[in-house]
Design a protein around this ligand. Structure first.
Ligand SMILES: *[C@@H]1O[C@H](CO)[C@@H](O)[C@H](O)[C@H]1NC(C)=O
Ligand SMILES: *[C@@H]1O[C@H](CO)[C@@H](O)[C@H](O)[C@H]1NC(C)=O
Ligand SMILES: *[C@@H]1O[C@H](CO)[C@@H](O)[C@H](O)[C@H]1NC(C)=O
Length: 443
């Protein structure tokens, strides 16, 4: 096809798709043409509010400019709220460079704090917006787990499709137990061909909110796990079957089983949703995902994702390659421990100082771990060998756990998005203990 005719086709399809226009999922209101918002007027504590938003595939609202700030104030005022939780979390007082937006966009650009805020006291990193009175539109700090108030959830825009029951972020999700098929479970290759007969592929996953949307879809569905649309083309090296990039990873750091397919855990544990390798011949529930409007796009303009398979393009695309443990081997970087870092945002890795040196140096380390406002912190010790206790504290300074000795891999789950860990390595080398390594993930 010539460049010109391709451009014409692209233009044509842009017009066709533009005519449809993006929409918000049911129950959400399109604000300023760029945000899907819904105000919930029940009084919930911060984490409860975040959890409710996450079931819808969203977070508390993130605010990027004064126009949106004003629109959100008006929206909340129209349903009678005096204050609402918003999607901002601050880790220290009087310093907005320690405030993060729920949407993983990093340190805040736009902010609307009232004088004297953020004022983080005790467990007060959460932020709400004043809706009524002279401070309307201004942001203030409040203790997350003490006060309950209304809140505003935000979910991504999507494309209209009246035939799609689960429409999220421009895709239609088709869980196997809702398809017209004889059994809701199948091998990987059967599952992928059932998806293809529904103009879809097995699901690929690209963000934490998408993980949460899928977790919510399977609450009470009776599936313990589902196949994801990924297959290994080399050991431990996966590719999404729909041709999309490996731009997000949620592998369970403690998974040990090997296989050429990936399954997502949907058991009832609080940190479910993680991925692990599995045998492709296992019989599993599965989830199909199709781009809304994608059938038209594929047949007119873009080669179907499945067709893109020349070696060159394979090389160019990011792949999953042991994502969490391939530490950069710069010779000048002697310490990967993150010992004494001011704040380490998850996902990340910590190790004892000097790890994996079998004669660890004597020192004392503190790790201040944090997740964005919507999440709690999971600590996954993949290797553990210490003489003294490794002390793990919640954000109020209460000791959650204090493992020691030689241990098989294990997890410790935090109660909120802040955890502090301390380790005194004074006797480790003397008694032949080699320290620890842990993956830190939000859940
Ligand atoms: C604010 O926090 C940042 C990052 O932690 C730090 O570099 C900066 O010095 C702090 N500023 C003030 C005024 O405390
Ligand atoms: C497949 O699903 C059916 C219905 O839920 C269940 O009875 C059966 O045990 C499942 N088979 C396997 C191998 O998991
Ligand atoms: C970490 O901080 C503690 C006390 O603040 C200090 O004693 C220790 O030497 C530091 N550790 C390293 C490895 O810098």
């Amino acid at each position: 096809m010539s460049k010109l005719s391709l451009q014409i086709l692209l233009l044509l399809s842009a017009i066709l798709f533009g005519a449809h226009g993006a929409v918000c999922p049911n129950g959400f209101k399109l604000i300023n043409g760029n945000k899907c918002l819904r105000v919930f007027t029940n009084n919930l504590k911060h984490l409860e509010a975040e959890t409710d938003c996450s079931y819808l595939g969203g977070t508390l609202v993130t605010i990027k400019n004064a126009v949106d700030n004003r629109a959100i104030t008006n929206l909340a005022a129209s349903v009678g709220a005096n204050t609402v939780w918003i999607g901002v979390f601050c880790f220290s007082t009087g310093n907005t460079t320690t405030c993060y937006s729920d949407d993983n966009s990093g340190v805040l650009n736009f902010k609307s704090f009232a004088a004297g805020n953020p004022a983080v006291q005790g467990n007060g990193g959460c932020v709400y917006m004043q809706i009524s009175g002279k401070n309307a539109g201004q942001w203030m700090s409040a203790p997350c787990e003490v006060i309950g108030m209304p809140f505003v959830c935000e979910v991504p825009l999507t494309n209209p499709d009246s035939s799609c029951k689960r429409n999220y972020n421009g895709y239609c999700y088709l869980p196997s137990h809702e398809l017209q098929i004889s059994a809701p479970n199948a091998t990987y290759s059967q599952a992928e061909s059932i998806c293809q007969s529904n103009n879809a592929d097995l699901v690929s996953i690209h963000s934490k909110p998408e993980v949460d949307y899928i977790r919510a879809m399977y609450r009470n569905a009776g599936a313990q796990s589902i196949y994801l649309g990924a297959q290994a083309f080399l050991p431990d090296t996966f590719d999404w079957v729909d041709g999309s990039n490996w731009d997000f990873d949620n592998t369970d750091p403690l998974a040990t089983i090997k296989g050429d397919c990936l399954a997502m855990d949907l058991s009832s544990r609080p940190n479910n949703g993680m991925w692990s390798e599995t045998n492709c011949q296992n019989i599993n529930y599965f989830l199909c995902k199709r781009r809304i409007g994608g059938a038209v796009m594929a047949s007119t303009v873009m080669p179907s994702p499945n067709v893109i398979s020349s070696l060159e393009e394979e090389e160019a695309k990011p792949k999953r390659v042991n994502p969490r443990f391939n530490l950069k081997k710069h010779s000048e970087l002697l310490d990967y421990s993150n010992c004494n870092a001011t704040i380490l945002m998850s996902p990340g890795t910590i190790t004892s100082f000097g790890y994996p040196n079998t004669q660890p140096p004597v020192t004392f380390c503190t790790w201040n771990l944090a997740a964005l406002g919507p999440y709690r912190i999971g600590i996954y010790f993949t290797d553990f060998s210490t003489y003294g206790n490794v002390k793990i504290y919640d954000e109020n300074g209460n000791l959650i756990s204090q493992p020691n000795g030689d241990q098989r891999p294990f997890q410790v789950l935090g109660a909120t998005n802040i955890v502090r860990i301390t380790h005194d390595s004074s006797y480790d080398a003397a008694y032949n203990y080699h320290g620890f390594s842990a993956a830190i993930l939000p859940f």
